[in-house]
Design a binder for this molecule. Structure first.
Ligand SMILES: C[S@@+](CC[C@H](N)C(=O)[O-])C[C@H]1O[C@@H](n2cnc3c(N)ncnc32)[C@H](O)[C@@H]1O
Length: 265
C-alpha cells in the first residue's frame, strides 16, 4: 500500500469503508459459490414458500449484496425489494435478476435507515450482512418497524463462537481480512437481540461453512501484509482453536452460520 492509500484508509469512516470494500467486488460476490448456494439458502426458500406470511407476499432483503437471498426467495413471493448501500451491488442484483427472468426492485439503503413505511413488508430478511452493521440494535428496530405485526424476520449471518478463546481468534481473523467487519454475534446473542427487538423466535438452525483461504481473502482484496498476519494467527493458534475452526495447512477453515426465523409480535 502506498502512502496516499494508507492516508485514505486512515481517513475513511465506516460507511465509506463499506462502500470501498464492497462496491468494486460486486461481480465477485455475484459469482461466489459461498454466497450463491448453501443449505441455509435452500432452507430460507423452503421456509418462505411454506409460510406465505401475508396476502401481499412482499419481502425486503437488507444488505442484499449481489442478491442471492433475493433470487432464492423471489419465485415464492409477489414482490421482493433488495436494499444495499453499495451501488455496485445493486447493479449486480439487477443483472442477476434479469439473467433469471425475475423482477426484483433494487434500492440504495442502509439497515439503520430504511426508506419504507411502517408495516410495508410481510417478511424482512438479511443474509451474511449484519456483521457489518454499525448500530445493530437500532437496525433491528428499524427492520421491526417496516414489517407488519404477524409478519416475519429471516436473519442469516456468520456466527461468533460461544467459546471466548475461539471467538477472539475468529473475530480477529475476520477484521484482518476485511476492515468493514464489526462482529459475528454468537447464537445466544442473536436469540437475545431478536427477542429484544420485537420478534419471537420460531425456528433456528446452524450450518458449517467451509471457507477456502485464497478465495476468502481474494473477495475482499486483503493486502499481503494482512494475509501474513492472518496466517501467523492461524499458525500460532492453540490446539482448541485450530480444532474448533478446522484450520488446514493452506489457511482454509470453517465457521458456523445461523438461520433465525422469528414472528413480529
Ligand atoms: C456479503 S454481502 C451480502 C451477501 C448477500 N446477502 C447474499 O446472500 O449473497 C454483505 C453486504 O452487506 C452490505 N452492508 C454493509 N453494511 C450495511 C448496512 N449497514 N446496511 C445494509 N447493508 C450493509 C454490503 O454493502 C454488502 O453488499
Amino acid at each position: 500500500m502506498d502512502g496516499a492509500m494508507q492516508m485514505e484508509t486512515r481517513m475513511t469512516n465506516h460507511s465509506q469503508t463499506i462502500q470501498n470494500q464492497f462496491d468494486p467486488q460486486a461481480q465477485a460476490y455475484l459469482l461466489s459459490t459461498v454466497h450463491a448456494a448453501g443449505e441455509d439458502l435452500a432452507r430460507a426458500a423452503a421456509i418462505v414458500a411454506a409460510a406465505i406470511p401475508c396476502e401481499t407476499g412482499k419481502l425486503l432483503d437488507v444488505g442484499c449484496g449481489a442478491g442471492h437471498l433475493s433470487f432464492a426467495v423471489s419465485p415464492h413471493l409477489s414482490r421482493v425489494v433488495a436494499a444495499d448501500p453499495s451501488p455496485g451491488m445493486l447493479d449486480a442484483v439487477r443483472q442477476g435478476a434479469d439473467d433469471r427472468g425475475q423482477t426484483i426492485e433494487a434500492v440504495r439503503a442502509s439497515a439503520g435507515d430504511l426508506p419504507f413505511d411502517e408495516g410495508a413488508f410481510c417478511v424482512v430478511a438479511s443474509r451474511y450482512s449484519a456483521h457489518h452493521w454499525l448500530g445493530l440494535e437500532a437496525a433491528m428496530r428499524e427492520m421491526r418497524r417496516v414489517v407488519k405485526t404477524g409478519g416475519y424476520l429471516l436473519m442469516i449471518d456468520v456466527l461468533g463462537d460461544e467459546d471466548d478463546l475461539v471467538n477472539t481468534h475468529l473475530q480477529t481473523m475476520e477484521l484482518l481480512r476485511d476492515r468493514s467487519h464489526i462482529r459475528n454475534l454468537k447464537a445466544s446473542q442473536w436469540r437475545a437481540l431478536i427477542g429484544a427487538s420485537g420478534f419471537q423466535l420460531v425456528e433456528e438452525a446452524a450450518y458449517r461453512l467451509p471457507l477456502e483461504f485464497s478465495s476468502w481473502v481474494g473477495r475482499m482484496r486483503t493486502s499481503p501484509q494482512r494475509i501474513g498476519m492472518i496466517r501467523t494467527l492461524e499458525d500460532e493458534a492453540p490446539a482448541e482453536v485450530r480444532e474448533a475452526l478446522k484450520i488446514s495447512a493452506d489457511g482454509s477453515f470453517e465457521l458456523q452460520t445461523g438461520l433465525f426465523w422469528a414472528r413480529a409480535v
